[in-house]
Design a protein around this ligand. Sequence first.
Ligand code: ACM
Length: 481
Amino acid sequence: MIPQVASSTPGQGLFPLDRGARVRGPHAGTARELLGLAADGEGPGEITLRLVDDASLGEEGYTLTVAPEGVQIGAAGVAGLRWGVQTLRQLGGPGGVPCGTVRDVPRYAWRGVMIDVARWWRPVSFLRAYVDLLALHKFNVLHLHLTDDQGWRFEVRGHPRLTEVGAHRAESPAGHAREGRFDGTPHGGFYTQRELRDLVDYAAARGVTVVPEIEFPGHSQAAIAACPWLGHSPAEPVEVRTSWGISSHVLNVSDRAAGFARDVLDELCDVFPSRFVHIGGDEVRGDEWAASPDAARRVTSAGLAGPAALHGWWGRLLADHLRGLGRRAVAWDDMLDHDPPEDMVIMAWRGVDRIDAALRAGHDVVAAPHTHTYLDYAESDAPGEPVSIAGPLPLETVYGFDAGDGVLGMQAQLWGEYLPTRERFDYNAFPRLCAVAEAAWSSGRDLGDFTRRLTAHLPLLDRLGVGYRRPHDEGARHVHL
Ligand code: ACM
């Protein structure tokens, strides 16, 4: 069982979870699908889902009672019923489900996984498979990193060049970017609004909210390549970036660029109902602003201390617009240094100390420190590990992370540079995502017990076709770019 449940009491016997089991109550359709049951099951086993008036379960807690003749799942809302079904699914073995009772409530409200689809476009089927894997481990947020220097993946009807031009790059690094080699192969792709709406619905039915991210005002070279009037040198257009690393190009601070950002957010909010919308805000290089007379005029008119403060000007503009749309802005913690509005959620990535810094400044915080949650980092530094951006970040370190009590939640990051394929992605994601799942859901931590449960959990990942890295098996799978 991963993540570990809050409390359980074993009973006697087994519930025979076979295809004929009947399911009744809210969420029965998806429950049948998740449990692999026939739509017209006639028993004798019966699974009953029931909404109960128990405030102590919160929005996502549930109770599960397994007896030989039937299963009862109770929760105050459908969200809890969904997690109860996922627990039942994990408990099921060849002979049935062991009898007993479970009462389970998550530690954090935000249990996220960020997937970078900007560096490499990924098929919708990949994203659906990951929604299923997230839900299996009781993650409730899929943070989609939709744009970056190397690609713009979100269809914007009012600005079609963003995907006509910005969704394609001429080539990509071969091997580690510092080697300076390129693959000579164009790469591209984007998601239509219709595809994304379908993904949002698919995820919602499984208890996962899709939180979209558009990067402003840095990491925006693909947008500037598509719309040169967003940048600082319209006469010398830039290309969609082909190497990894941070671009020196940033959005300018014109009224037209501000209007563009509002247009993009309007369409984004139309597609994604999430209350939280991520506006990026990390790694903004200020050289172009420092050299720009237009930026200097904006500094004066907005009463700012200097060009570096335009970082915060962007953050406040975006957060204000989202507030007007009934949403809340989320930003990477770089924004914390630039006078963010109090209602901005800070995603603390640069270190564990940034969690406290953001809390002290009065923000809601999602803990995402690279030292513990960047699963694109190599798991070990043993020979035979595939090319990665950094590392090592062993499973034990991930498991040992405690985000503290004051945060909204925590999140794993899977930046895409060195994870171009499903195979490479799975290898970095699992089993460390299991460790993040437990750190995000469960209140206690026991590494030995987790390791035993993980061993028992891996056959389920095998059945689901996940190409995970075998624990303590450095370099056993030689996956190279
Ligand atoms: C980040 O890793 N630049 C948020």
